[in-house]
Design a protein around this ligand. Structure first.
Ligand SMILES: Cc1ncc(COP(=O)(O)O)c(C=O)c1O
Length: 477
């Protein structure tokens, strides 16, 4: 494609992008296609001859768009959001155009130096202490893996990197049953073994019980194991549980255990001072992660990983073949040593655009509005006799279920609520997802989409009520 065609096509697509964002509400939130439907529209063999962009773009609109779930739809209340914003999209366009691979300072000094600067802005914005140094990872899972690998090496004085796991005692990790599955994945990848991930019981508020944690640690030490890491959650996925950092941190200090905090979702809300009560005990934390790509209006991928001792992370991951050496080595940061992949995109640019474009106060107002809407939604659920809250609201996450007054059979309630979720999502008007709370099926309603207004939340609540009461099996219907 020549540059003048690129210019014309880019203008056309930017118009399409602006139209899409203005009309996103007209799409069904969750794609309504059946498995295999999109694949069937895509030719089985690649084209031998060039095709025009006009044709490719037509096919994109006709064959691909029906299979897209619209994460930027204001009625997206599923999972946690992956929200974005116009300034973030513009920065992504520039990043793609530059196409820089930013593994070393030398391969794009601006990317490295902006990453350092912007992560320090983010640290200040969230009120994290200045003992933390940040790096952008592709995902919270990537950051958790880095934390587990660093903990493994620290616990064994870097013996595993050299000699492998056979040479060291059995290493154990600890987390609560509320923690995201990324921790188990990391434990498996790091070679600790899923059996050595100990699931610490939670209290009535779904927070890790420090007494149970300590009892498990003592038991494992008595059995000859070496406890390596505790992964605590601030805003876990199921119901947004918050673990108590201070007592957990004191235990970690007492037994010399690495403490990582997973705040993938909730961390963005720390730009609001009123959420920082979760930090009590932060002085014990070795590393933490949160995802601006979830709730800070910054396109996926962008996970902010903060470490207290960057040298430990670097020592764990460093590899220096001749072809990666550079003249500036030692005087500059080469982020290649801070994460599992060598190659890195210029991800700081979108954060820089977002933070400057909205300003800290603008971002605070947007997140505060989400939390206020969740508070209103929580009140509506509480006041409706046919529904019940199954966990306390956590920031902008409300977990509830349909419970018609006369229905007491738990198994039947599970069936009813599952049908409700499917009916809502099949309607295309909203998108919600489920979890299990104390074994029972429950509906998660998370507010965090960039474009969500009160009218969308009101419409969602009306749809939930009407759909629930119309379920054929509902005694109230
Ligand atoms: C609390 C929590 N931790 C970790 C993750 C994994 O995030 P990522 O997709 O960035 O690996 C999620 C994803 O939703 C999450 O909710």
């Amino acid at each position: 494609m020549d540059i003048e065609t690129f210019r014309a096509e880019a203008h056309r697509m930017v118009d399409w992008m602006a139209d899409y964002l203005s009309n996103v509400e007209s799409y069904p939130v969750r794609a309504q296609v059946k498995p295999g439907e999109i694949a069937a529209a895509l030719p089985g063999e690649p084209p031998l001859q060039p095709e025009t962009m006009e044709r490719i773009f037509d096919d994109f609109q006709r064959d691909v768009m029906p299979g897209v779930t619209h994460w930027q739809h204001p009625s997206f209340f599923a999972y946690f959001t992956a929200n974005s914003s116009p300034p973030s999209v513009l920065a992504e366009m520039l990043t793609a155009t530059l196409g820089a691979q930013c593994m070393l300072w030398q391969t794009s000094p601006a990317a490295t130096e902006m990453e350092t600067r912007v992560l320090d802005w983010l640290r200040q914005m969230t009120g994290l202490p200045d003992v933390f140094t940040g790096v952008i990872q592709d995902s919270a899972s990537g950051a958790i893996l880095c934390a587990i690998l660093t903990a493994r090496e620290k616990a064994t004085d870097w013996a595993v990197n050299r000699d492998g796991l056979k040479a060291v005692p059995r290493l154990t990790a600890y987390t609560s049953g509320e923690t995201h599955s990324a921790t188990e994945k990391g434990v498996k990848i790091a070679g600790l073994g899923a059996e050595n991930l100990r699931i610490v019981p939670v209290d009535d508020g779904f927070s890790m019980r420090p007494d149970a944690l300590e009892a498990m640690i003592r038991e494992d030490i008595a059995a000859g194991a070496k406890p390596a890491i505790v992964v605590a959650s601030l805003g876990a996925t199921g119901v947004g549980a918050v673990d108590p950092l201070r007592p957990i941190g004191e235990i970690c200090k007492k037994y010399g255990i690495f403490l990582h905090v997973d705040a993938a979702w909730a961390g963005s809300a720390w730009i609001l001072p009123e959420t920082r009560w979760m930090f009590d005990g932060i002085e014990y934390v070795d590393s933490l992660v949160f995802n601006p790509h979830k709730w800070l209006f910054t396109n996926f991928d962008c996970a902010a990983h903060y470490v207290r001792a960057p040298d430990d992370l670097i020592k764990t991951l460093t590899i220096l073949p001749e072809f990666l050496k550079s003249r500036e080595q030692g005087q500059v940061i080469d982020y290649r040593d801070w994460s599992v992949p060598l190659g890195r995109r210029f991800r700081a640019l979108k954060l820089w655009f977002v933070i400057r474009s909205y300003g800290v106060e603008g971002l605070q107002a947007m997140i505060r509005a989400h939390i206020d809407l969740a508070e209103a939604f929580e009140t509506w659920v509480r006041e409706d006799a046919a529904f019940e809250l199954v966990a306390p609201r956590s920031l902008a996450l409300v977990t509830f279920r349909f419970r018609p007054r006369e229905e007491a059979d738990e198994a039947h309630l599970d069936v009813l609520n599952e049908r409700l979720v499917n009916a809502l999502n099949d309607s295309g008007s909203v998108y919600v997802t489920q979890t299990r709370v104390r074994g029972q099926y429950a509906i998660r309603f998370n507010i965090g989409q960039t474009w969500t207004e009160r009218r969308h939340v009101e419409a969602a609540w009306a749809a939930i009520r009407e759909t629930a009461l119309a379920l054929p099996e509902s005694a109230s219907g």
